[in-house]
Design a protein. Structure first.
Length: 252
């Protein structure tokens, strides 16, 4: 049975999609069958792997009308990496899901039919704590929390941790935090160093050793429909995501 990881933080712009795409690509590169599930209506993970964001069926059909998940999965250009794409229709799911029976578990139930085909399933969550993110947390075994090394990024952590505790208590007792990932880190600034120190002091056993740097190649890669490890495999960003993938595998 494959392990399901949700990449979650209600704050936008902290590197969730970049992390989801690159961790999935690194795991596939290591020889494991991997599925990336894009549950963000912006469909950035879908586009970031070179797929169109108007494909049908999509994850919207899977969770809203219970379409077959296997029929919605597409291969990417990266060997052993498949994608369950998002579409703009997914924005409507935030309003529709609460009215559907068993709404919190629809993604979990859909993935149950396909998770045995993959060693790892990566869920790219939207920047909110709404119904789509709750579905991801109910489906997931573990959560990776990207944290930008800026002050305001710390402000939302308490709310996210409260939500994780609620989901653990009420909906998914097997859910655990795989780790917090420091992203967009500029070690030249005192602020970044201070934020890193504070996060590591407050969560000493949860923060990954790997830190994702600010790197122009990471920002460029989605415009080519590639993860950074294929866009420029020798840049500092690619090196960091390879190291993160090793840490994730070691903690599995």
């Amino acid at each position: 049975m494959g392990t399901i990881y949700a990449i979650a933080n209600q704050k936008g712009g902290v590197g969730k999609t970049t992390t989801a795409v690159n961790v999935a690509a690194c795991i596939a590169e290591a020889g494991y069958e991997t599925l990336l599930v894009d549950i963000d209506p912006q469909a950035n993970a879908t586009v970031g792997l070179g797929l169109a964001k108007d494909l049908e069926p999509s994850i919207y059909d899977v969770i809203s009308v219970e379409a077959d998940a296997a029929a919605a999965i597409r291969p990417s250009d990266i060997e052993r990496l498949s994608v369950l794409p998002a579409s703009p229709d997914l924005a409507g799911a935030n309003m529709e899901l609460p009215r559907l029976p068993g709404s919190e578990g629809r993604l979990r139930d859909a993935l149950a039919a396909v998770r045995d085909d993959y060693a790892f399933v990566i869920l790219d969550c939207p920047p909110s704590l709404g119904p789509l993110t709750v579905n991801a947390l109910v489906a997931a075994d573990r959560v990776i929390v990207p944290v930008q090394t800026e002050y305001l990024a710390l402000e939302g952590l308490a709310g996210l941790l409260d939500t994780l505790a609620l989901v653990q208590r009420e909906l998914n007792p097997r859910l655990t935090i795989a780790g917090m990932l420091l992203t967009m880190h500029d070690g030249r600034t005192r602020l970044a160093r201070d934020v890193e120190r504070e996060v590591r002091e407050h969560f000493p056993s949860l923060v990954f050793d790997t830190v994702i740097p600010r790197n122009v190649r990471i920002g460029e890669a989605p415009s080519y429909g590639l993860p950074v490890i294929h866009h420029d495999p020798h840049c500092s960003g690619a090196d960091a995501y390879f190291e993160l993938a090793k840490e994730v595998a070691a903690r599995a």
